[in-house]
Write a protein that binds this ligand. Structure first.
Ligand SMILES: Cc1ncc(COP(=O)(O)O)c(C=O)c1O
Length: 388
């Protein structure tokens, strides 16, 4: 059944400072901070400059309050999650906290975020461990098949698995609860890269960090928070073993303060993050999710129909979709970047392109500031660009 473009969300117009001459179809990379949230952060910064000593004296309490609000929005408990700058940092904290010995294995997939997989490599080299990369078919939509492939790669020395909740290049789900439970049963420590989850998907961190040992999600992508903010939820006994990246004055305190504090820094993104969740709720979290998922599906349909490109498997409820580029296009990092630049310069459109052997993956996002026409224009223009 053809997908109809959704009705615009009332009140969404004018909420963002985005350049109206550009089609911003890449919310999934850096997010976009709504104006009311920008104003909250600007007030916090002004307050900080009026009395830096007073501001920093009150900061631990204010961070705890912000964390409590964020925890409520994510169904978790504030003593079980820490605020961080971003997922890159959260993965580094997780990897640095899990003991690894020579010969141990870290499992990742080829859909994993580039620098996350590189962080696994670096950690492995430091410990004499190895990284095993599970190669998942680009076109298999079936979560059961993905689960089987990941489990089949688990060996005696597999100590850690780093899996995406929603993958970046291909916009698909991997780390479902069943897979995490199966890995836990096999004694594998699970780290979930949930960069896209807060705000985009219903999240229930509940008792067990979303079913993982370490679960890290960005607030600045889909939760309307200022850059940069993220949440690291940690299961049970791991909390007392978390090793912060920075030794700070809070190192004697328990989780989460010792992980959160990194000396003098700008903590206003965390303090303003609750305003992002409040705005989401005010606009209607469910309504935004439906709008974005439908618009992303519409955009993918436009790309497929107008260019003949193949849709990559779609996951219901996601505000991102991807299509496969033809062989020879965007197969290297350099070529993928060049295509993004061309699309930006010639079509005034922002998208994400990731290299893949046999033809790269082009990802579109949808957010309440996007319109059906933007995807139509991309599809028409991309068809022409690819024919050249
Ligand atoms: C799946 C995934 N993991 C990790 C990241 C890294 O996020 P950050 O740069 O905020 O650390 C991204 C960013 O796009 C991502 O999509």
């Amino acid at each position: 059944m053809p997908v109809e473009s959704p009705h615009p969300v009332p009140g969404a117009n004018g909420l963002f400072a985005l350049d109206p001459n550009v089609a911003h179809l890449n919310h999934g990379s850096y997010g976009a901070v709504p104006l009311p949230v920008q104003r909250v952060q600007a007030r916090l910064r002004a307050e900080q400059e009026q009395d830096p000593d007073g501001f920093f004296a009150d900061l631990p309490d204010r961070i705890a309050q912000a964390r409590a609000r964020i925890a409520t929005a994510l169904g978790g408990r504030p003593d079980r999650l820490a605020l961080l700058t971003n997922v890159t940092e959260g993965i580094a904290v997780a990897l640095g906290s899990i003991p690894l010995a020579e010969g141990d294995e870290i499992l990742v997939t080829d859909h994993g975020y580039g620098v996350v997989n590189q962080a696994a490599e670096r950690r492995a080299v430091e410990c004499g461990a190895r990284v095993r990369t599970v190669r998942l078919s680009l076109h298999t939509p079936d979560l059961d098949a993905v689960r089987e492939q990941v489990l089949a790669a688990v060996g005696e020395r597999t100590k850690v698995a780093i899996l995406d909740l929603v993958t970046s290049p291909t916009a698909r789900e991997i780390a479902d609860e069943r897979l995490l439970a199966d890995l836990t049963e096999r004694g594998v420590t699970t780290v979930v890269d949930a960069a896209h989850a807060p705000g985009m998907l219903p999240v229930d961190l509940g008792q067990a960090a979303g079913g993982a040992d370490f679960w890290v999600g960005n607030l600045h992508k889909w939760a309307f928070a200022p850059r940069a903010g993220a949440v690291l939820a940690v299961r049970g006994a791991w909390r007392s073993r978390v090793r912060p990246l920075t030794l700070s004055w809070e190192h004697d305190r328990g989780f989460p303060a010792r992980v959160e504090w990194r000396g003098t820094a700008d903590y206003t993104p965390w303090l303003a993050a609750p305003a992002g969740f409040s705005l989401l709720e005010q606009l209607g979290t469910e309504r935004i999710r439906d709008h974005n998922a439908t618009l992303a599906a519409y955009g993918q349909q436009e790309l497929v129909e107008r260019t003949g490109l193949r849709a990559l498997p779609a996951m219901p409820g996601l505000a991102m979709r991807a299509v496969r580029l033809p062989p020879g296009v965007a197969e290297s990092e350099h070529a993928a970047k060049a295509l993004m630049v061309q699309v930006r310069r010639k079509l005034n459109t922002r998208i994400a392109v990731r290299p893949w052997a046999g033809g790269g993956a082009l990802r579109i996002s949808a957010q309440i500031y996007n319109r059906a026409e933007e995807y139509q224009k991309l599809a028409a223009g991309l068809g022409e660009l690819l024919m050249r």
